[in-house]
Design a binder for this molecule. Structure first.
Ligand code: BGC
Length: 844
């Protein structure tokens, strides 16, 4: 399937029927997910859906179920462009099942720093790997008839103050690192849409950025498609229109109200031609997606396809990276384990399948590690489970033993026009849980009062946690027990369950009834809360003293002691690793509880294996205390099966790290310049400026600079073990007509069939300090039987050796000798070949 050819005459004819006002209305969404239609003028609407690892549909939480695919950092760890294409292809089926013809994916921003909250949705610290995988993902999606929206253009590498952060980035670093994955994927696969980023780049917001949208994207790269803003990421009227932002999302508009745009047209700030150009891009997208002929937007359905399940399981297991395997403790072969006991600790009963935010999906199902392992070995192995560590970020919502005004389980929510919740409420509702999240709401109230009567079943000093968007207080039996005096400092954190909440203790007597009440008022000033500006919202968490203070660690240690093997499942839940917030710590949450668990279990059981589900590198202070470590990322709905496949050896691990794992966060190249420098702004808001001081030396490009830097890495970029072993021999490289061909013979020298990822890096033989020593220029993945030898062939263009010269504004390849290094990681180089290259210089 491919897209329809655009008939310019048809587009011009539709355009000519629209009034200026109507054209202006086309330039913003009709609602949260759809574009504006004019059925009477023959203009249909088209629906979009998030996101990179699943097509969620219109509902953020608990909507129609969808297939949950592995997150992109796992996909990148497969180094398998076919896998990326297959996932893209399957996602098109999924998008269609949600009535969407546009998927808001892939995310290709660079992993600049391990604490980046959204790294998991994105591929790699290396622009070439990211660009190549994204290109095939887009091909897969678009070959199956759904438009890709590559995002977030550009340089969305952090979540802290993501709407307002001003990033200072040199043009060279932008071109070589941050724009590169976009450039590769756009040139290779021509996504129909691009989504701008929230952030400011060198003083100008991405949506209003002439340099990015006009000069680079549409000018130098010659791309013709639709540019939409991120949700709530339009920041101007005339500037964004002039820069080339076609579509403000979501609707209804904030910046493109007809009156405002007309005013801008009248004053000459925007021309009617510009409005036409923007509207034409919207209409052309509708035409390509066949919306004129078939304007239907089908209802959302859940289609749980066996072929998707299979794909998710297989790609999931291919992306797992075996980081350590001392004494060959893995694979856990059934013969070795028959009648033995295995401890399943940590997140064994929770499937950490995706990160938080718009990439989260209400999955058709989620296989936990325990379920996966029981299915694989349950007939012969005895499993015992213990949680082992508290990992919650916020206390769970208070919904047990509470009744509302009608004496029914739950809460009564009264909404008032006034900031004082007095008199008759303007509206009342009951809610199972004490929370109100003002997404998709139109009415804005002055205050909200949530009430319930609570009858505890246990006596004790129980715990509350609370947050409100505006000033809020918690009252028990009329007495104020906690007051939040300021606006919530972080609206995204509020939305995504990541606000730091105070722990409030209160003594209760079992069987007695208490009136619990939360009063929250509209945020005091406008600004800083983005889409939540002017709306009330709150949540109230609760935990009994017994649950809160339970010694989970000792229970887990006891289970580990009486087991033959102990597997600790560590990781980040979606509110610890999420869009909207960067990670709090390099150490696993919360407050190092998981690190303590691993160390204690490692001391109690000599066969301890760690399986870590995070989208990023994390601290592993316990590495020497355990036998094996598997980095499992976020594997999607088949998580438990994919993990069991690798642990049992049904699949021989072949994943390779798409990011470097530093020994300590202080060693990360962006350390000290992430998330940036805060200063006080207007309205009590914080300004944030960040300088990308490391320039092009991102990830391995930094660690590769010296022995001292190399020592800072725990696991290098490209690293990953296998249950078998490979040797590389006979390295060759030659240059013909601007193309370099590299060949190397790969032999599987171990006992299992398996896949090897051959990585090709290149750099000038006489290294100069301003350039990285070497950079990834190509890779290949080969499947080999034991004893088998195959020749890997990797080609790359001499132009990939170019660096951007800010003086001349050109790409320059210097004449001279270059070293082509073939490796099993950026560190484990198996052979080098010298080539001589003729210089060239060309325009961007
Ligand atoms: C995210 C986008 C997403 C959009 C719609 C934004 O907050 O940054 O990636 O596509 O929401 O959910």
């Amino acid at each position: 399937m491919s897209f329809k050819d655009v008939d310019p005459a048809q587009i011009e004819s539709v355009l000519s029927k629209l009034t200026l006002e109507e054209k202006i209305t086309l330039l913003a969404g009709k609602n949260f997910w759809e574009t504006q239609d004019y059925p009477e003028k023959g203009v249909p609407s088209v629906k979009t859906s998030d996101g990179p690892n699943g097509a969620r549909g219109a509902t953020f939480k608990d909507g129609v179920t969808a297939a949950c695919f592995p997150a992109s950092s796992l996909l990148a760890a497969t180094w398998d462009v076919e896998a990326a294409k297959n996932i893209g292809n399957a996602l098109a089926d999924e998008a269609r099942s949600k009535g969407a013809r546009i998927l808001l994916a892939p995310t290709v921003c660079i992993h600049r720093h391990p604490l980046g909250g959204r790294n998991f949705e994105s591929f790699s610290e290396d622009p070439f790997l990211a660009g190549k995988l994204a290109g095939q993902y887009i091909h897969g999606l678009q070959d199956n008839g759904v438009a890709a929206t590559i995002k977030h253009f550009a340089a969305n590498e952090q979540e802290t103050c993501r709407f307002t952060v001003n990033e200072h980035i040199t043009e060279r670093a932008l071109r070589e690192i941050y724009l590169k994955p976009f450039e590769i994927a756009i040139k290779e696969a021509n996504p129909l849409a691009v989504m701008t980023a929230y952030n400011i780049i060198n003083g100008t917001h991405a949506d209003s950025n002439n340099f990015l949208l006009q000069d680079v994207l549409r000018g130098q790269w010659g791309w013709k498609g639709l540019v939409m803003s991120d949700w709530g990421g339009t920041n101007s009227t005339a500037d964004s229109l002039n820069a080339g932002l076609d579509l403000e999302m979501p609707g209804p508009t904030r910046w493109r109200k007809v009156d405002e745009v007309l005013k801008a047209v009248k004053s000459g700030a925007v021309s009617e031609n510009t409005i036409d150009d923007r509207a034409r891009n919207v209409l052309e997208l509708l035409a390509k997606l066949n919306c004129f002929e078939d304007p239907t937007i089908p209802d959302e359905t859940a289609i749980n396809r066996p072929e998707h399940q299979k794909l998710i399981r297989s790609v999931g297991s291919q992306g797992l990276v075996l980081l350590k395997n001392e004494g060959q403790v893995l694979p856990l072969k059934r013969e070795k384990l028959a009648k033995k006991k295995v401890a399943l600790l940590g997140f064994a009963r929770e499937a950490l399948i995706h990160g938080g935010g718009s990439a989260s999906v209400n999955a058709h199902y989620r296989v936990t590690p325990e379920e996966g392992l029981r299915a694989a070995l349950g007939d012969t192995v005895e499993f015992e489970y213990a949680k082992g560590a508290h990992t919650f970020r916020q206390l769970p919502l208070m919904s047990d033993n509470v009744v509302n005004r009608e004496n029914q389980p739950g809460w009564t929510l009264d909404f008032f026009d006034d900031e004082e919740p007095k008199g008759e409420p303007g509206s009342s509702t009951s809610s199972e849980q004490p929370t109100y999240i003002p997404l998709f709401v139109k009415e804005s109230w002055g205050s909200l009062c949530a009430r319930a009567r609570f009858t505890p079943t246990q006596s004790g000093k129980h715990y509350f946690g609370m947050s409100g968007l505006g000033r809020s207080k918690l009252l028990i039996d009329g007495e104020v027990v906690y007051e939040q005096e300021l606006n919530c400092p972080d609206s995204m954190g509020f939305l995504l369950g990541g606000v730091e909440e105070p722990e409030i203790q209160y003594s209760f007597e079992a069987g007695k009834t208490y009136a619990v009440e939360v009063v929250t008022v509209k945020p005091t000033s406008k600004g800083g809360l983005a889409m939540l500006d002017g709306f009330i919202g709150f949540r109230l968490g609760f935990m009994t003293e017994e649950d809160h203070n339970r010694d989970l660690l000792s229970e887990a240690v006891e289970v580990a002691k009486r087991s033959d093997v102990a597997i600790v499942f560590t990781g980040h839940t979606p509110n610890w690793e999420t869009e909207g917030q960067d990670q709090v710590s390099f150490n696993l949450p919360s407050n190092d509880s998981q690190d303590r668990l691993v160390s204690a279990v490692g001391a109690a059981n000599p066969n301890t294996v760690v399986v870590n589900c995070t989208g990023v590198a994390v601290a592993m202070p316990w590495l020497d205390e355990v036998k094996a470590v598997v980095q499992a990322w976020f594997p999607g709905q088949e998580a438990g099966n994919a993990i069991a496949d690798v642990l049992t050896g049904a699949v021989n691990p072949a994943g390779r790290l798409p990011v470097s794992f530093p020994r300590a966060i202080e060693y990360a190249p962006a350390h000290g310049n992430f998330p940036g420098e805060f200063s006080d702004g207007e309205d009590g808001r914080r300004n944030l400026e960040v300088t990308y001081k490391e320039g092009v030396f991102v990830g391995y490009r930094h660690y590769d600079l010296s022995d001292e830097n190399r020592a800072k890495v725990l696991f290098p970029f490209g690293y990953g073990l296998s249950y078998t072993s490979f040797t590389h021999t006979n390295h060759k490289a030659s240059v013909t007509d601007g193309t370099v061909e590299v060949t190397v013979d790969i032999t599987n020298t171990g006992p299992y069939a398996g896949a090897e990822v051959v990585q090709v890096y290149a750099g000038a033989k006489l290294a100069v300090p301003e350039n990285p020593v070497k950079e990834l220029v190509g890779f290949a993945k080969l499947q080999l039987e034991p004893g088998e030898t195959k020749t890997a062939t990797v080609t790359f263009s001499v132009r990939q050796l170019a660096h951007f010269d800010e003086g001349s504004s050109r790409w320059e390849v210097k004449s001279g000798d270059y070293e082509v290094s073939v490796g099993q990681s950026v560190r484990d180089i198996t052979g080098k070949v010298e080539i001589r290259v003729e210089g060239q210089s060309y325009e961007p």
